[in-house]
Design a protein around this ligand. Structure first.
Ligand code: 13P
Ligand code: SF4
Length: 367
């Protein structure tokens, strides 16, 4: 007979070593029934258990191709939602700690995006659907992906944003991009859209705080959202480092502020950052603007080749929500699964999932 789910209280104070042993034991019992998809920002004590790792795009594809019954997502909430949307109905997507959200994703809500769409209609005198393609960064809730699906829009990630914006501008003259203004601005700038043709939409002000003329002439409306981790990187960090290491290279994630991206030698997704540094010549020196767990692991991995990898900010910039996935939560989740109890399942209601799938599948087919 199946036992009742074990409560997390019994795992909360597990010592690290015991938690690790229980993860290994539960995984052995589960075998191929469970797959662990792990984002590059996960802490070392979780990353070591990964079956598959990647950036958001790669992990979305892996989730859509997985044969496992249980997709255990060591990442944040929107990633587990995408896994649920793209996997088969009988597969189960699990997030070991439900508090692992993404603070940037929370900066755009469906209510605020719908209000923005209504206000755009008022200013334009017609439905915005013929004027703006809505594009949501994958770091967003499923209902916003559904909004994009319903309005002929699309999802993008940090690795395909350029291709997705090309597609979006081919549909309509303008783009409404949410929630990350930095990714939107940098990508559009790379495509030759001038900063004058972009405007920041502040969701807490009427008409986004913009004049009707500015809205009508804008090519790119950028939602006023950002990542608190990448916001910490500053151009002064790069300048000081370059003075000491003029031979070195700088690489940043596109969630970093515009000036940081502009002063970097390379800008790209977590996957691109890792690949670029790993493929670089032995002995090269790198300053990296992205989350600390990734940078520390990368520094360790390339040290033997004489490469030096340094973190961009003098202050610690970890993604505190990714950090919430710890060995205690993973052990709790996996032991329950091995006992036949599903805990922390992430389910997107089907009516919403169907529309969200539209915008995600558009993305996967374009990129
Ligand atoms: P990547 O898709 O580049 O892994 O980025 C995800 C993310 O949340 C970065 O902050
Ligand atoms: Fe969200 Fe920033 Fe964390 Fe990425 S690093 S998951 S954007 S809060």
């Amino acid at each position: 007979m199946q036992s009742a789910p074990i409560s997390f209280d019994r795992f909360d104070s597990l010592r690290e070593e015991e938690a690790q042993q229980r993860i290994d034991a539960a995984r052995a019992r589960l075998g191929k029934k469970a797959v662990l998809l792990v984002h590059h920002y996960q802490r070392a004590d979780i990353f070591r258990h990964a079956d598959l790792t990647g950036d958001s795009l790669r992990l979305s594809r892996l989730a859509s191709q997985s044969e496992a019954d249980f997709i255990v997502f060591c990442g944040v909430h929107f990633m587990a939602e995408v896994a649920d949307i793209l996997s088969r109905p009988e597969q189960v997507s699990i997030l070991p700690d439900l508090a692992a959200g993404c603070s940037m994703a929370d900066m755009a809500t469906l209510a605020k995006v719908e209000r923005c769409w209504r206000e755009l209609a008022e200013v334009l005198g017609e439905a915005p659907d013929s004027r703006f393609t809505p594009v949501t960064y994958i770091n967003s809730a499923a209902d916003l992906k559904a909004f994009c699906g319903e309005h002929g829009g699309i999802v993008c990630t940090s690795s395909n944003a350029r291709t997705i914006l090309d597609w979006s501008f081919a549909q309509r003259p303008g783009v409404l991009f949410f929630p990350d203004q930095h990714l939107g601005r940098w990508t559009a700038h790379q495509m030759g859209v001038s900063l004058d043709e972009m405007a920041v939409w502040d969701p807490d002000q009427r008409y986004g705080g913009l004049t009707p003329e500015k809205i009508r002439s804008a090519k790119m409306l950028l939602w006023k959202g950002h990542c608190a981790v990448h916001q910490m990187f500053q151009p002064a960090h790069i300048q000081r480092w370059r003075e000491k290491h003029p031979e070195g290279f700088v690489i940043s994630h596109p969630e970093s502020p515009f000036e940081v991206c502009r002063q970097s030698d390379h800008v790209g997704s977590t996957e691109l950052i890792i690949k670029t540094v790993k493929d670089a010549p032995a002995g090269s020196r790198w300053l990296v603007g992205t989350e600390l767990n990734l940078v520390s692991r990368l520094a360790e991995e390339v040290r033997a080749e004489g490469k030096i990898v340094e973190f961009m900010s003098p202050t610690v910039c970890m993604c505190s929500t990714m950090q919430r996935i710890d060995p205690q939560h993973l052990a709790w989740t996996l032991e329950n699964l091995a006992d036949g109890n599903v805990v922390n399942r992430i389910t997107v209601p089907e009516h919403e999932a169907a529309l969200a799938r539209l915008s995600l599948e558009r993305m996967l087919s374009v990129s």
